[in-house]
Design a protein around this ligand. Structure first.
Ligand code: ZN
Length: 377
């Protein structure tokens, strides 16, 4: 963005590609004010300002470098003003690295009861309080600036890919494009305000645009071209992993790969299954986020590598009752390295002890971090 050069002419570019695309796997670096992050990378989801059940030190122990916060949830509680008073998302959650906030769009469309949607924005009812809220692209960007994330997302219209919703895909894509222009304008306005009170340590958020279009190649191409014609700092692929088959998602990634702008980071939203991540990394994707490792963990499910392949098992299974090995032999995570036995973890999960979910979450996030680290330079 224009403001970036006004802020500091000496700073490194936000994204650097280190292996110049010699293979389809991209090895890059995201440069933030305080630190750099190697890509490909996985970003654990800290929905309400916390990765469920984990301190920031424990999240850090997995090798994760960027944590995501959900605008919708943080706006509901404690509210962006309260977050700002606590010093912003990073200071509030004691997270030493960069953070990414989503736009709130996905949660509005998946969790809230929508009472009205038009080109202006979305009116919905908060499930917790019953209050009516109206979210617009401008409002979403304002909230995200206030939360203080390092990467923020343009507000988009999200549709499910089930058969009933597919006719709405075109409308949603066109609306997402209008909303991207408005998100960019609001982002610029807020950056200019920030620049007038510029301090050297000021961190300027980067804005990513979201490509929509469901599983329709024509729409995806149109959407990608539109997003890439704007000056956003990163390209996000949204609206995948929301009900289509793995094959449909992979076909779309194959299709988009060669059309993606190589100079900007590519973020595949909401994808965090090991098999999907490996495929996407090998098809030009750089960044991922997903609740899967932590949500699965709370239900006793964990990943392990055997015979060079990803496997999933549930610790609640009876066969682990007298199994005193760590979750995955050879894993260097806090849980496995610490010698926590399968029989003990099984007991914790079965009894609903939250420590069980925390210990499995650490392993599952580390599992995904091991995957991305294997691809990094
Ligand atoms: Zn482990």
């Amino acid at each position: 963005m224009i403001i970036r050069s006004m802020a500091s002419t000496k700073s490194k570019p936000f994204f650097e590609l280190n292996n110049s695309g010699r293979t389809s796997v991209r090895q890059g670096t995201l440069n933030f004010a305080a630190q750099s992050v190697k890509t490909p990378t996985f970003m654990p989801v800290g929905t309400r300002g916390a990765v469920k059940g984990l301190t920031s030190e424990l999240v850090s122990s997995t090798g994760a470098k960027i944590v995501l916060g959900n605008t919708y949830h943080l706006h509901n509680s404690p509210g962006e003003t309260a977050v700002a008073k606590m010093g912003g998302l990073r200071a509030m959650s004691h997270w030493p690295g960069p953070m990414l906030s989503d736009s709130g769009g996905f949660q509005v469309f998946s969790l809230a009861k929508i009472s009205k949607i038009n080109d202006e924005g979305v009116e919905f009812v908060l499930p917790s309080s019953g209050d009516k809220l109206f979210l617009t692209p401008e409002k979403s960007i304002q909230i995200q600036h206030k939360l203080g994330a390092d990467i923020i997302m343009a507000f988009d219209d999200v549709v499910s890919l089930d058969k009933l919703s597919r006719p709405r895909t075109l409308e949603a894509m066109e609306r997402t494009h209008h909303w991207l222009n408005r998100s960019i304008a609001e982002h610029k306005r807020l950056l200019e305000q920030q620049t007038t009170s510029y301090q050297p340590q000021t961190s300027f958020p980067k804005l990513f645009g979201i490509v929509q279009g469901g599983v329709d190649k024509k729409l995806r191409k149109k959407s990608l071209e539109f997003v890439q014609s704007t000056e956003v700092d990163g390209i996000a692929i949204g609206g995948l992993a929301v009900g289509e088959t793995r094959q449909e998602m992979n076909h779309m990634l194959d299709y988009l790969q060669l059309q993606l702008d190589p100079d900007r980071p590519h973020y595949l939203m909401g994808v965090g299954h090991p098999i999907d991540m490996r495929y996407a990394i090998e098809h030009g994707m750089d960044m991922f986020d997903c609740v899967l490792p932590t949500r699965n963990a709370r239900h006793g499910s964990y990943w392990f590598l055997a015979d060079g392949r990803d496997h999933q098992s549930n610790i609640k299974t009876k066969k682990y009752e007298n199994d005193f090995l760590p979750l995955e032999e050879g894993c260097d995570c806090y849980t496995c390295r610490g010698g926590y036995q399968r029989a003990y973890l099984r007991h914790l999960i079965r009894q609903g002890e939250t420590l069980g979910g925390s210990l499995l979450s650490i392993h599952n996030i580390r599992y995904l971090m091991r995957i991305v680290e294997n691809y990094q330079a």
